[in-house]
Structures are given as structure tokens and as C-alpha cells.
Design a binder for this molecule. Structure first.
Ligand code: AMP
Length: 251
């Protein structure tokens, strides 16, 4: 079994991981960390609960530590795009926890919060910005944030961004970043629009897929009851009246 120590992470990052009590990477971490560390583009098919946040946060923090230097005013070296504020907050928490020794300059830019503090937080330049697409575009439009020096873009839960109608915004944002950037895309599913996005914006990506931690089907007991058509309703009523059936979906 892989150990975090064999993946090539920076020592500062490894110490933070150990402090969290983790020594064994999850499958998505074991597969994604080495290519992200190498600067490769990556497409990861993984759901929430697989440890996908650390799969990109750990190697990117490691690269920051190795690269040194600082971001230009209003710029960000790493941009993480997420569909929701809640996910943005979770990712930023992970950046704080795993980055406690690297101490990157980071912030969150999401809708539903006052723009003023967000603009001030970005003014001096950031190492990592976690953002939702709509609000980020507002700030880029007003000149408060520049993406011209961004070296890495992560698209997290790309299929959710598609479902929420963010695909035009995501494409506009990617087009504003340098062509030489590294792009990492995570999605639970791969609808054609996400495939097309990857084809248009990722260069020779490493593709990684992991099974979800626990698929719903494994938790559902299935059985078949054969009854004559005329008795179907009575059979159903009988099943539903069983005290053991507390919740049910009939379709
Ligand atoms: P995620 O899929 O990124 O939402 O992570 C799901 C949960 O797994 C989070 O609560 C993490 O703290 C936890 N986690 C991440 N990496 C590991 C690991 N290597 N071993 C055990 N738990 C982990």
C-alpha cells in the first residue's frame, strides 16, 4: 500500500498531513498527486468523499513551496473554481489545514458576500484563490483581480458547474489565463460538455478514475416478488404496511 512519504510531497506539507493523522493516501490521492506535482494536466473522475480535495491541494501546496516567489498584485498563482460557496469554504479550510507550514496567501471569492473585503484580500496578490465563477468574473471585469499570471487552474466538481449554468463563465475564465497554465479537472461524471471542456482546455491530460467510496447500490438490498398483475396493488400495500418499512419510494 502506498505511503504519503513515497509520493514526493514537500516536507512541510507532509508534516501537516501527518498532524491530521493521515498516513495512507486514498486511491485518488495516490493516482493524482504524482502527475499534479510534475505539472501535468489531470482529469480526475471522482466523487465527494474520495479525498479528492487533498488530491489537488497537497501537490499544489508542495509546488508553491518549491517554486518560491510571490504573486503579482491583484493576481493569483493558483485558481480553484468550484460550483458553490460551501465547497469553496471547504477547499479553503483544507488549504489552511494542509498549508499551515507553507502559509500561502489565500482567500475565497464567492457570491452572496460583500465584494469590498474580497477586493482588499486580493489586492496584494495571492498564492491560492478559491472562487465561484460568477463572482470571480465580476471582480475580473472591474479590474480587482487579474488572471494573466495564473499558473495553475483547478476545476472542482466540473459537472456541478455545468448543471448550475457556469460553463460559459468557466470557459471565459480559462481563456483569460495563460495558455501555458497547468489545468486539473475533477468531476464525478463525464457528460459530453465536460469532455469537450477538457479537450478544449487541457493538454495531454493524465486520466484518473476511482470508484466512489461507497456506491448507493451497495447499500440497497434488492429483491423481487412475483405476483399476478391483479394482485400487485394488494402486495404493495402489504409491503408498505410492514412496520420495518419506515421510508419508501414507489415508482
Ligand atoms: P473529500 O472527498 O475531499 O471531500 O474528502 C473526504 C474526507 O476524507 C475529508 O473529511 C478528508 O478529511 C478525509 N480524507 C482526506 N484524505 C484522507 C486520507 N488520506 N485518509 C483518510 N481520510 C482522508
Amino acid at each position: 500500500m502506498t505511503d504519503f512519504k513515497t509520493l514526493g510531497l514537500a516536507e512541510t506539507v507532509l508534516r501537516a498531513v501527518t498532524a491530521e493523522g493521515y498516513d495512507t493516501p486514498t486511491p485518488i490521492q495516490a493516482k493524482a498527486i504524482p502527475p499534479v506535482l510534475e505539472g501535468r494536466d489531470v482529469v480526475g473522475i471522482a466523487q465527494t468523499g474520495t479525498g479528492k480535495t487533498a488530491a489537488f491541494v497537497l501537490p499544489l501546496l508542495s509546488r508553491l513551496a518549491a517554486l518560491g516567489g510571490t504573486a503579482k498584485p491583484k493576481g493569483t498563482r493558483i485558481l480553484v473554481l468550484t460550483p458553490t460557496r460551501e465547497l469553496a469554504a471547504q477547499i479553503h479550510d483544507a488549504v489552511r489545514v494542509y498549508g499551515k507550514n507553507v502559509r500561502p496567501r489565500s482567500t475565497v471569492v464567492v457570491g452572496g458576500a460583500k465584494p469590498g473585503p474580497q477586493i482588499r484580500a486580493c489586492a496584494a496578490g495571492l498564492d491560492i484563490l478559491v472562487a465561484t465563477p460568477g463572482r470571480l468574473l465580476d471582480h475580473v471585469g472591474s479590474g480587482a483581480i487579474k488572471l494573466t499570471d495564473t499558473a495553475v487552474v483547478v476545476l472542482d466538481e466540473a459537472d456541478q458547474m455545468l448543471d448550475l449554468g457556469f460553463m460559459p463563465a468557466v470557459r471565459r475564465i480559462l481563456a483569460m489565463t495563460p495558455k501555458t497554465r497547468q489545468t486539473v479537472l475533477f468531476s464525478a461524471t463525464m457528460p459530453t460538455q465536460i469532455r469537450a471542456l477538457a479537450e478544449d482546455f487541457l493538454a495531454d491530460p493524465v486520466e484518473i478514475a476511482v470508484a466512489p467510496a461507497s456506491t448507493p447500490i451497495e447499500r440497497i438490498k434488492q429483491s423481487v416478488i412475483k405476483v399476478p398483475r391483479a394482485e400487485k396493488r394488494d402486495a404493495l400495500a402489504e409491503i408498505l404496511s410492514d412496520a420495518a418499512v419506515q421510508r419508501a419510494i414507489v415508482f
